[in-house]
Design a binder for this molecule. Structure first.
Ligand SMILES: O=C(O)C1=C[C@@H](OP(=O)(O)O)[C@@H](O)[C@H](O)C1
Ligand SMILES: C=C(OP(=O)(O)O)C(=O)O
Length: 432
């Protein structure tokens, strides 16, 4: 599907979708346990891949008709060997979390995914599984899926780089809790995307599992069971998704009007940093944390410098904001953002360039020279990547003429009703 956006002024109220990161973890945590209900789950292409994996391991996930709750009968810490290949499709989180779970099985599990996922790095996690007494291999021996994983990982101590993906650490902590020995993880490098491990620790705590940060990494004791208080866990709103709505309000709210985003309750999400980033750029944002409501109105934005070491998923949004702002916006510490659904550093440089933005791309830094020219509408490629699609669509709100984003259906990965949500705020959206 291609979506064409015309310049628009917006206002009104919309709700953030539930967090993708918390939903993945809650589904799998419930899978590791006995019986639990996940309230307000994100139902999206990626989280459905995690639901199917839990089913494949012998659990049972049952979504209510209105999709407001997911009842999970778990496999009690002992995943069965799946009857078929597990297809994680486009979801890196699913593949990493499920790899460590599959490593607990007595037999072998085969994991695969789409073209994008089969080109993302899995090697350090496979090595960790092997070091912990299981088997973890890439069929092509290139550190990428398809993967073959299993042979009853025991647990123990393992060292792993922290600068490729934090999901390796999250995966080992979740699986480690149900091993006999537990897992001690020593980080070989500085940790990128660290708040995502905080999300894991918060979620584990909610499910009654103890894990902790140590002097040189993280540690989880074995022999634990997953059981949320009251048998239920409620997913908070997603700040990565909120970033597009906040950016839209900051650049395109109608004169004297504002955009209100509901579902913005504080949690461990690092991407809540978008609130301060948009403020630093000059937007007027108020955050009622108790009500979980953000209110933003349009302002003239100025460039800023942001280190995205903790917040890789914000890079496309910040790049779009930078293209609209006056002066340079410098996005630093972004090399790991190249290992996502696509290389998002080069994707945003090239696609914003097609809209007339002046951008300098370096390996670990992206500089957007805002204010040199106004953005012009163009046909831009969504690169089969939900975050590229949404960020370019937001740029289209203030470009001169129409902006067509190709492959716009990929929003189904994290924010399935994205185009309906912005349309309800007054954006002119044409789907074809
Ligand atoms: O654990 C998670 O839920 C995620 C961790 C991050 O990935 P990396 O740790 O690979 O940077 C982030 O980019 C991804 O969208 C979700
Ligand atoms: C990188 C992302 O997710 P994943 O790693 O799960 O594919 C994302 O949602 O931006």
């Amino acid at each position: 599907m291609d979506v064409t956006i015309s310049p628009s002024r917006i206002d009104g109220r919309t709700r953030a979708p539930p967090s993708k990161s918390y939903t993945h973890r809650a589904i799998l945590a419930a899978g590791y346990g006995g019986q639990a209900t996940v309230l307000n789950p994100l139902v999206s292409a990626d989280t459905k891949a995690t639901m199917r994996a839990v089913d494949a391991f012998g659990g049972d996930t049952d979504l209510s008709a209105d999709e407001s709750s997911l009842s999970v009968s778990g496999f009690d810490g002992r995943p069965e060997v799946p009857a078929d290949v597990v297809n994680c499709e486009n979801s890196g989180t699913t593949m990493r979390l499920v790899t460590a779970c599959a490593a607990l099985g007595d037999g072998l599990t085969v994991l695969t995914g789409d073209d994008s996922l089969r080109s993302r790095p899995q090697g350090p996690l496979l090595d960790a599984v092997t070091d912990l007494g299981g088997r973890g291999e890439s069929t092509r021996r290139n550190g990428q899926a398809p993967l073959v994983v299993g042979d009853a990982m025991d647990g123990g101590t393992v060292s792993i780089p922290g600068d490729v993906s934090s999901q390796y650490i999250s995966a080992l902590l979740m699986a480690g809790a149900v091993t006999d020995e537990g897992i001690d993880i020593e980080l070989e490098t500085e940790l990128k995307s660290a708040p995502y491990v905080d999300i894991t620790l918060e979620l584990l705590d909610e499910f009654g599992v103890e894990a902790e940060q140590t002097a040189d990494g993280f540690s989880v004791a074995g022999g634990q069971s997953y059981d949320p208080t009251g048998g239920e866990y409620e997913v908070p709103g997603d700040f990565s998704s909120i970033s597009y709505l906040l950016a839209a309000g900051a650049i395109a709210a109608a004169e004297g009007e504002s955009v209100v985003v509901e579902g913005a309750r504080p949690s461990a999400q690092g991407d809540a940093a978008i609130v301060d980033i948009v403020r630093d750029m000059g937007a007027d944002v108020t955050w009622d944390r108790d009500a979980g409501e953000l209110t933003v109105s349009r302002a003239t934005l100025t460039g800023t410098t942001v280190d995205v070491g903790d917040t890789p998923d914000l890079l496309p949004t910040i790049a779009t904001l930078g293209a609209v702002a006056d002066g340079d916006t410098v996005i630093e510490n972004c090399e790991h953002v190249r290992y996502k659904e696509t290389d998002r550093v080069s994707a945003m440089a090239d696609e914003l360039g097609k809209m007339g933005a002046s951008v300098t791309e370096e390996q670990d830094r992206l500089t957007i020279h805002g204010g040199e020219t106004d953005l012009v509408g163009a046909t831009v490629e969504g690169r089969h990547d939900h975050r590229i699609v949404m960020s370019l669509a937001i740029a289209g709100l203030v470009a001169e003429g129409e902006t067509t984003v190709t492959g716009a259906e990929h929003v189904d990965v994290s924010f399935p009703n994205f185009f309906d949500a912005i349309e309800s705020l007054g954006v002119s959206v044409r789907r074809e």
